[in-house]
Design a protein around this ligand. Structure first.
Ligand code: ZN
Length: 139
């Protein structure tokens, strides 16, 4: 992620993201980029019954939202404003979203997503990322 974007996220980035260096091929750290991973992951949901798949290797749940995308209210906590999703996009909520989208960002697109109480994709409201104990984690 670009450092200017990360800096604009302020203290919420420190609370919600693991941040690491990005190394260049030369072995030097990239100055204007950081590797980020959200501490909390949620699913972007769709409006069609798409079913779900479980990765046989790691047990991660895979869903492919079709139709109009939305978030589930039960996945959002008032004290966490940045989330990840399995495809690597970041989800910004509340004040972080409002703060960042008022600025003009080159090459970055912010897409507002509605939040629903009831899912529209035929899957349960609460979906955890792992459906069984992850093999990598249990070692
Ligand atoms: Zn897997």
């Amino acid at each position: 992620m670009r450092c200017d974007l990360l800096e604009a996220m302020g203290h919420d980035a420190a609370e919600c993201l693991y941040v690491g260096k990005v190394m260049l091929e030369s072995g030097e750290p990239a100055e204007s980029f950081r590797a980020v991973r959200a501490k909390r992951t949620l699913f972007i949901r769709g409006t069609k019954d798409t079913g779900q798949r479980i990765c046989p290797t790691c047990g991660v749940r895979i869903i492919a939202p079709l139709g109009k995308e939305h978030l589930m209210a039960c996945d959002l906590s008032p004290d966490l404003l940045i989330y990840g999703e399995p495809e690597g996009r970041l989800i910004l909520a509340g004040a972080v979203f409002r703060r960042l989208k008022t600025r003009r960002w080159r090459d970055i697109v912010f897409k507002p997503l509605p939040v629903r109480e009831v899912p529209a994709d035929g899957l349960p409201a609460k979906l955890s990322l792992y459906t069984r104990r992850c093999r990598l984690k249990s070692q």
